[in-house]
Ligand binder design. Structure first.
Ligand code: NAD
Length: 321
């Protein structure tokens, strides 16, 4: 059995690696070469935690396994990140356990890569202002990955607790971009690309605030009941997702469908755009939404690339089971 620690993942697996792994696996899913198994996610009635498993198999990448973990909302006060996860990889030829890979850093970097892939394929080329809604653990990863996709000139951001925006302001300054804390309506008026990455359970962005041509990556809604944007906005937009089954059950589309504003048929896998099967954005006025629900195959793709890199660099630990 091979172990790749959190620290090793951080040193061998960067944003480009994550972008390439996620883009490839979205393409693979859309071709039907890779599929996710049904997600198990339960409120365990302890520490307000959500715990579960995401798993799948990629026949093209020969990656089989699962990510186990979840969300512990009180961890920040203990000096830990709220998301905790570990990836388990298995040999698809024999079913033997292959590797245990730390999943916390990989989750953040692969989630940021998913919205970055959506920006690369769907945002207007001339996008200048990036809006970030949320300032938790994932938000800084989102900011760093997004700015690499377009020539952004400015960052605007909103968070429930405004003081938490300081960390994002520091990153923007490090990158050399002006940063402004704004209210949500101002953010929508200014931003060409918006990333939502909160744990909200109600619409934070209203349809009428969104200007034509905006691309929105909704990344926070990954569970039944969570919600970040107005269902009318989801219905108005050309809607893309990582996986349709998750979009309608645990993503933003769950609310628009429940309200009868749209049907499942209106949702396109982002992989179809990557594979050239769908045009993507058709005009500069179109509003595009990426419903990024987070699929197990993203974790498996990231973990197996990190495993390969760690083995190549001699930083993976091997033990006999
Ligand atoms: P975190 O706990 O570190 O931060 C939570 C963020 O949500 C903070 O900005 C907080 O202010 C905000 N928030 C909480 N309640 C809110 C409310 N009612 N209204 C508005 N804002 C609110 O969490 P994180 O690790 O940054 O994750 C953020 C979200 O992203 C979570 O919902 C998480 O489940 C989700 N997530 C999704 C994926 C994916 O692949 N789609 C991956 C990882 C995390």
């Amino acid at each position: 059995m091979i172990i790749v620690s959190e620290e090793v993942c951080r040193s061998v697996f960067g944003r480009d690696d994550a972008f390439n792994a996620v883009e490839a696996v979205f393409a693979s899913m859309a071709r039907g070469d890779a599929y996710n198994f049904p997600v198990i996610r339960e409120a365990i009635g302890y520490e307000q935690a959500l715990y579960g498993f995401k798993s799948g198999f990629d026949r093209a990448g020969l990656t089989l396994g699962l990510k186990s973990g979840g969300y512990w909302p009180n961890n920040t006060s203990k000096g830990l990140t709220n998301h905790q996860s570990t990836v388990f990889l298995f040999d698809p030829d024999s079913g033997r356990f292959k590797a245990l890979v730390g999943g916390n850093y990989l989750t953040a970097v692969r989630t940021a890569a998913a919205s970055a892939v959506s920006i690369a394929h769907l945002a207007r080329r001339d996008s200048k202002v990036l809006g970030i809604v949320g300032a938790g653990h994932q938000a800084s990863f989102q900011l760093r990955a997004a700015v690499e996709q377009r020539k952004f000139e400015r960052v605007v951001a909103w968070n429930l607790h405004v003081e938490k925006l300081e960390a994002l302001a520091r990153i923007a300054s490090e990158i050399g971009l002006p940063f402004e804390a704004v209210d949500r309506e101002q953010l929508c008026a200014a931003a060409d690309v918006i990333i939502t990455i909160t744990s909200a359970h109600e619409p934070l962005l209203l349809n009428e605030w969104i200007k034509p041509g905006t691309h929105i990556a909704c990344m926070g809604t990954d569970t039944k009941g969570k919600q970040e944007v107005d269902p009318a906005l989801v219905a108005r937009a050309t809607l893309f997702t990582d996986e349709i089954a998750q979009s309608v059950s645990i993503g933003e589309a769950q609310h628009a469908i429940a309200s009868g504003l749209m049907s499942k048929d209106a949702i396109t896998p982002l992989g179809d755009v990557i594979n050239g099967k769908h045009l993507g954005r058709a005009s500069n006025d179109e509003v595009t939404v990426f419903d990024g629900t987070g699929v197990g195959l993203q974790d498996l793709a990231a973990a197996s690339a990190a495993l390969r890199a760690a083995e190549a660099q001699g930083s993976a630990i091997t033990i006999e089971l």
